[in-house]
Ligand binder design. Structure first.
Ligand SMILES: Cc1cc2nc3c(=O)[nH]c(=O)nc-3n(C[C@H](O)[C@H](O)[C@H](O)COP(=O)(O)OP(=O)(O)OC[C@H]3O[C@@H](n4cnc5c(N)ncnc54)[C@H](O)[C@@H]3O)c2cc1C
Length: 317
């Protein structure tokens, strides 16, 4: 089923989770056991992130270095198929522009279509680890909006090879990312909204937000989207904070603010259990408030402390 159909037909809040492929060399069982523990909450769909290859230097036996390309977390497409197979729930692969030629994107879309995957979260991807700014593949896309268009084209049976006539049409529901506190590279929120609107005009059917820790950011974003004519569902992305280190890593990685009240409380605490308790309470209150104010769904980033999310869901439902 498509995410948009889940949202449109839901009788209550739609719950979804994001998982990362295991690091290369690790078993998929970690994802299976994580998802097993969440099945009691009937998640409607599971997002699986995509991780591009990284250029690294590997030391040779003679002491010199060679540059190698390593994908630390491969397997997004296969994990989606495995999740659909094992749990009978929908999977949403993330597809990025970074590192992909348009041809490779088309091939990935064909694989996903043949596997019966109905959903894609279309993203640009972050700059590669050794790059300061995002550099698109010479034969690929620069912005997520172009990826959205390519997926929409395939939904119309339009392939890159112009001589494919009557091509099979895919049927993907396309989601895109939105940033309540603005994307890090955007000069201001208005410009960011302008480009977000383009992604929706090209065919994105819903938006999943970057994490935020103050619901006011989400409400303001929703209001601004409505005023800008963006009328698709906006799914709040949520993550618990459970340790001191995250107070600086999360803002620097994701370009989001952490509210003063939460920061103060966390800094007062020293014990790991107390910090986890504060993070649990904060997330629980965020969820309660979002549901009270009509959020259509709750999407959880599970990396880190999935047990905190589990505890929150247990208290919510
Ligand atoms: C829910 C969610 C899931 C994510 N999952 C992954 C993942 O699995 N793998 C991964 O690598 N990353 C992931 N990311 C991170 C994401 O790839 C980065 O935030 C990336 O920097 C931007 O991606 P985007 O799709 O929002 O890009 P875009 O929509 O292309 O926007 C990127 C920047 O360019 C600007 N812009 C957009 N279009 C144009 C245009 N036409 N002209 C000029 N400027 C423009 C925007 O305002 C923005 O500042 C995720 C992010 C979110 C919120």
């Amino acid at each position: 089923m498509k995410v948009i159909d889940h949202l449109n037909s839901a009788k209550g809040p739609v719950i979804s989770l994001e998982v990362l492929p295991p690091a290369k060399g690790k078993s998929i069982d970690s994802i299976f056991s994580l998802l097993d523990s969440f099945m009691e909450f009937n998640p409607a769909y599971i997002n699986v992130t995509y991780h591009r290859a990284e250029q690294m230097f590997k030391k040779r036996s003679d002491g010199t270095f060679e540059q190698v390309e390593i994908r630390k977390r491969p397997g997004t497409v296969a994990i989606c198929a495995a999740i659909m197979n094992k749990f009978g729930i929908d999977a949403v692969p993330h597809l990025i522009c970074g590192g992909f030629t348009k041809d490779e994107t088309e091939n990935a879309l064909i694989d996903l279509h043949f596997l019966g995957v109905k959903n894609i979260l279309a993203l640009r991807g972050d700059p590669a680890v050794n790059e300061k700014f995002f550099i698109p593949n010479k034969l690929g896309h620069r912005y997520a909006v172009e990826l959205v268009k390519q997926i929409q084209d395939l939904n119309q049976g339009i392939y890159l090879e112009e001589d494919i006539i009557d091509g099979v049409k895919s049927d993907f529901c396309i989601g895109v990312a939105g940033y309540p506190e603005k994307h890090a590279e955007s000069p201001n929120r208005d410009v960011d909204l302008f480009y977000l609107k383009q992604k929706v005009s090209q065919g994105a059917q819903y938006i999943t937000t970057q994490m935020f820790f103050d619901n006011k950011s989400y409400y303001r974003f929703k209001k601004d989207c409505t005023e800008a004519g963006i009328d698709v569902p906006i799914i709040p992305g949520l993550k618990p904070i459970t340790n001191h280190k995250q107070l600086s890593t999360i803002p620097s990685i994701f370009n989001v603010d952490i509210p003063v009240e939460l920061t103060k409380e966390m800094l007062k605490a020293t014990k790991a259990e107390t910090l986890e308790q504060i993070g649990t309470e904060w997330l629980l209150e965020q969820c309660r408030d979002l549901l009270k104010n009509g959020a259509p769904a709750l999407h959880f980033y599970t990396l880190g402390k999935p047990q905190v999310i589990h505890r929150v869901l247990k208290q919510l439902f």
